[in-house]
Design a protein around this ligand. Structure first.
Ligand SMILES: [Zn+2]
Length: 197
């Protein structure tokens, strides 16, 4: 699936969030790209870039200019996963899309990215693809479903007490659709202000 239209919330270019330091990121792409460098000027340039596309462009130039941290390929998965957790915890539309998507999530693309997704161009068509982003999203879905079923607070969203561990254990929710469970999700503080440093 292409991460646009109905699936646009799966795109790293869609959906901002506040991180653990109170910084408000415009997109997950900004967060991911900025973590490639320890150069504060380049970091700030990425942080302040107007959209995910611009952030990606700046981030991709870091390697060539010698400003990408050497251990980047060891930590990039962890950075991506953190960005996704922040994003899906803080964007109700993204969380709903994730929980209501039953098909296998695959990041289909045409820009030859067979690591995070699967490029379908003529050149890449027969190459193996890892679809790491798609797999991360499916992992997150499982994590959030567990939290919902056990009435654990998801970021700023808290599941209604109706969806309690006891109710799940006693089978109250057996057979109920995820859609009906989602009605019990309420948001406590969507507009939490970031602490600027
Ligand atoms: Zn390709």
């Amino acid at each position: 699936m292409f991460f646009r239209g109905h699936y646009r919330w799966f795109s790293n270019f869609t959906g901002g969030f506040v991180d653990e330091y109170g910084l408000r990121w415009k997109t997950a792409e900004h967060y991911y790209q900025a973590h490639k460098t320890t150069n504060q000027y380049l970091w700030l340039e990425i942080f302040e870039s107007p959209n995910g596309k611009a952030a990606k462009h700046l981030g991709n130039a870091l390697r060539k200019s010698g400003n990408q941290i050497p251990e980047w390929f060891k930590i990039r998965n962890a950075i991506m996963l953190k960005a996704l957790i922040f994003k899906f915890e803080q964007n109700p539309a993204a969380l709903k899309l994730l929980l209501l998507t039953d098909e296998i999530i695959e990041e289909t693309n045409t820009w030859h990215d067979n690591y995070w997704g699967n490029c379908i161009c003529a050149k890449c068509k027969n190459l193996p693809s890892k679809n790491v982003l798609g797999k991360f999203l499916m992992r997150l879905k499982k994590r959030f479903l567990f939290q919902i079923n056990n009435a654990v607070t998801i970021g700023c969203y808290s599941t209604n007490a109706v969806v309690s561990r006891k109710n799940v254990a006693s089978g109250v929710f057996r057979g109920r659709s995820i859609r009906s469970r989602l009605k019990n999700i309420t948001c406590r503080f969507v507009n939490k202000r970031p602490r600027r440093t």
